[in-house]
Design a protein around this ligand. Sequence first.
Ligand code: AHM
Ligand code: MG
Length: 342
Amino acid sequence: MIGIETLDEFIIRRQSDFPYAQGELSRLLRDIGLAAKVVNREVNKAGLVDILGSTGTTNVQGEEVKKLDVFANLRFIGALKLGGQSCGVASEENKSFVTFDDEISKNAKYVVSLDPLDGSSNIDVNVSVGTTFSIYRTVSPSGTCSIEDFLQRGSEQAAAGYVIYGSSTMLVYTTGKGVNGFTLDPSIGEFCLSHPNMQIPKNGKTYSINQGYFIGFPDGVKEYIRYCKEDDKATNRPYSLRYIGSMVADIHRNLITGGIFIYPTTRGSPKGKLRLLYECNPMAYIVEQAGGRATDGFNRILDLEVTELHQRTPIFIGSEEMVLNAEGFMREYSSRVPKRGK
Ligand code: AHM
Ligand code: MG
């Protein structure tokens, strides 16, 4: 198609970027793109489920009406299993990882970790949601996988990305050679290259955090928030606060316009809320590849040791200068004894 490059065409053109250029990773990415289209179709008719479902448990085709996050989980796992390029999937929806031991995946060299529908509570109120995914080359022999394949550091990711189901649907991914974004054109049913070589501004004037939990934040975060709200023309403060409550949407906005997203430790989530394996690692890889920064306030997210599938971590992610600044507050105040009622 003249002037338009589809996701599939782009992946094939860039196949030589991959260190193991036998096409498996390309096919895996295309499987993810396909599942994203199916999930997008369902997300777009979310409000119709009750109307179309005849009893609340079955729809007009007689299929069981599933919650969208369960539906998305089945679709992504189904597409990856059928594609035959991965030998297992770890998902936010499953306690343990799922393995594929079919004939079709007997030579598979990859595993995938994903959150099939992040921010799914936002579905009920017509607010953007997302999918995050992370792909690793296995350390186990081809066609087999074990927990070690999933517990690799984020720096070992072969590819990662996200899909945002927003006012338009986009798939953004990296294989370690920059970040490219594709917008779904519903008229042709294809993701088309719309955001080549995405770069996050080095600085911004948006901070994104659930400020409702302020009382339970570490002192460094409290002080950083005070800094964001101060008047200072030279540094463009006060910053704007923007918080959608869908990590993918919040980080996507900051990726494009500049900003910082923080989900720190809180009183209710003393280890942070977001999951390292399939939420923070893929977003950190994307943001770093776009020239930004992602840490837990002290250490690079991609270097964190992964010890369990559903491990949580605090995260500070976005424009490099803003994240560095926030880390400065964390360092300065972490050694101080927290003051009561502050
Ligand atoms: P989920 O995986 O249960 O959907 O939760 C993850 C979501 C993120 O998308 C978002 O950043 C965060 O939870 C919002 O949490 P909170 O409501 O505590 O601010
Ligand atoms: Mg999630």
